[in-house]
Design a protein around this ligand. Structure first.
Ligand code: FES
Length: 106
């Protein structure tokens, strides 16, 4: 096993899990996938040192779609619940506050 330093300061996990068995899951509609795609593209364009990944179940399914942000420096992460594509600008602002990186024009 090799242990390497991650180049990302923050890892953002977007649950896109879909169960298809009638129990609530973040992937029940296409919203979680849209959040993932829009957020990933937006943060990539902003060149922030973060990684956005799709993930399976994070646990609190009924409150989804769920997004969890974990800072690599030990700063307490945040858990965003009931997220929709329209929340992406607010998520970016939260990410910037966690990174202490103001957006251009601030
Ligand atoms: S399905 Fe997303 S948290 Fe469980």
């Amino acid at each position: 096993m090799n242990i390497a330093q991650t180049p990302h300061k923050l890892h953002i996990l977007v649950c896109t899990n879909a169960r298809h068995d009638g129990t609530p899951s973040c992937g029940d509609s296409g919203e979680a996938q849209r959040v993932f795609e829009t957020l990933k593209a937006r943060l990539k364009e902003a060149k922030l040192p973060v990684r956005v990944s799709r993930t399976g179940c994070l646990g609190p399914c009924a409150q989804g779609p769920n997004v969890m942000c974990y800072a690599q420096d030990g700063t307490p992460g945040v858990w965003l619940q009931g997220v929709g594509e329209g929340d992406v600008p607010e998520i970016e602002a939260k990410v910037r506050s966690l990174l202490n990186t103001p957006s251009q024009g601030e």
